[in-house]
Ligand binder design. Structure first.
Ligand code: NAP
Length: 291
């Protein structure tokens, strides 16, 4: 069954557009910087309309020198002067930051949080205003423009603001729209997923080394195998099982390896990993959002 959220994602994906808004990036770390670069590279808004805010001037100065953005240590001033506020600090830092900026937040602004586990209701209650809040769960691949991001919209987010939020995350990868309750499952799949795939890559490398390949060659082959396989699933739009069958010759090497993987429960292990990470995300979310 196709959900309303999926339908609206597809419709909105067509509206990749110039947003031309002033943006404060609160916390220009790994993710904040990735989003900033994505916004600039996708020409969503001029770099001079972006202000990176943080706690270390030298780091912010370097970003300004490289990207032509503004920067400040004064969060209140930057937030007050911006139409969009991107909250990119760690979840444990967010309550302090929200308290610091709440007097500058206005109901006409769009507030986008990427902090894992911090619920929209918590942000709303901390700030105490009817803000347009978007909560998102990106992943680390946003730093190479191949991110997988899920977004959820709070009740005061207009359709235009929804499109803007989607455009920002589309600048660094793929975007889906989900109900907020599903963000824990998103965390279990795509948020934490890169860690599982790194283990797969590492193990493939070791397999190659065990069978006599140099580590350098095994590494190159393992990375490209994972990248190419993902690219083929995405571009062919075929079910992965069909693609797997296409490379499985009767009596051949792949079917013997698949039997080995099945007998050790590879698929069950990955399903359980997503389920376990989802439950952990729910637990952490309860603690962080204190509900
Ligand atoms: N990394 C991921 O894969 C991932 C995936 C999904 C969601 N997220 C979410 O993304 C957020 C950021 O993660 P990250 O990996 O980018 O962390 P990060 O690199 O540590 O970035 C956090 C940034 O916030 C700055 N900061 C700390 N205190 C501040 C304050 N009081 N005011 C303003 N800035 C402050 C830090 O400055 P300094 O560098 O100077 O300390 C740092 O640049 C987190 O909430 C996380 O849950 C991350």
């Amino acid at each position: 069954m196709q959900s309303r959220e999926q339908e609206s994602t597809e419709q909105m994906a067509e509206h990749h557009h110039f947003i031309d808004r002033s943006i404060a990036i609160v916390g220009a770390g790994n993710m904040g910087t990735a989003l900033m670069k994505g916004i600039i590279n996708a020409k969503l808004t001029p770099s001079a309309k972006i202000t990176a805010c943080g706690i270390r001037l030298d780091k912010l100065q370097k970003l300004s020198d490289q990207w032509g953005t503004k920067h400040t240590l004064n969060l209140l001033e930057a937030v007050g002067a911006s139409e969009i506020v991107l909250l990119c600090v760690k979840p444990q830092t967010l309550p302090k930051v929200l308290t610091e900026i709440k007097s500058a937040l206005r109901e006409d602004q769009l507030l986008i949080s990427i902090a894992a586990g911090v619920r929209i209701s918590f942000i709303q209650a901390t700030v105490g205003k009817k803000l347009a809040i978007v909560r998102s769960m990106p992943n680390i691949a946003s730093t190479v423009d191949e991110g997988a991001t899920a977004v959820s919209f709070g009740e005061f987010v207009s359709e235009e603001q929804q499109r803007i939020a989607i455009s920002i995350f589309e600048a660094v990868g793929e975007v889906v729209v989900v109900a907020e309750e599903q963000l824990d499952a998103v965390t279990g799949l795509s948020g934490s997923g890169p860690a599982y795939i790194y283990m797969v890559i590492e193990a493939l490398i070791d397999g190659g080394v065990k069978m006599g390949l140099s580590r350098e060659i095994a590494t190159k082959l393992a990375i490209q195998t994972v990248l190419g396989s993902a690219k083929l699933v995405k571009s062919s739009k075929l079910h992965p099982a069909i693609l797997r069958d296409q490379v499985t010759t009767p009596g051949g090497t792949a079917i013997n390896a698949i039997h080995e993987l099945e007998s050790h429960g590879l698929r069950s292990m990955l399903i359980n990993a997503v389920a376990t990470a989802t439950r952990r995300s729910e637990e952490l979310s309860r603690v962080i959002s204190k509900t």
